[in-house]
Ligand binder design. Structure first.
Ligand SMILES: [Zn+2]
Length: 59
């Protein structure tokens, strides 16, 4: 099951349900691309993405 959602408009990677921008994402859309792991998202998009500060605040 996918845990990560990339907002293709803002190029920001979120944890699903991690913040108000990524609530209730169940499937890919024109806005969100979903990934099972963070590595999948990063390897596909390289330095093209940034991490949501709210979803990844615990690192
Ligand atoms: Zn977020």
């Amino acid at each position: 099951m996918e845990k990560y959602a990339l907002n293709k408009n803002t190029k920001t990677l979120h944890l699903i349900d991690g913040c108000c921008h990524s609530k209730n994402i169940k499937k890919p859309s024109i806005t969100f691309e979903l990934f099972k792991t963070e590595d999948d998202a990063i390897s596909k998009h390289q330095n093209y993405i940034k991490h949501c500060k709210i979803c990844f605040k615990n690192r």
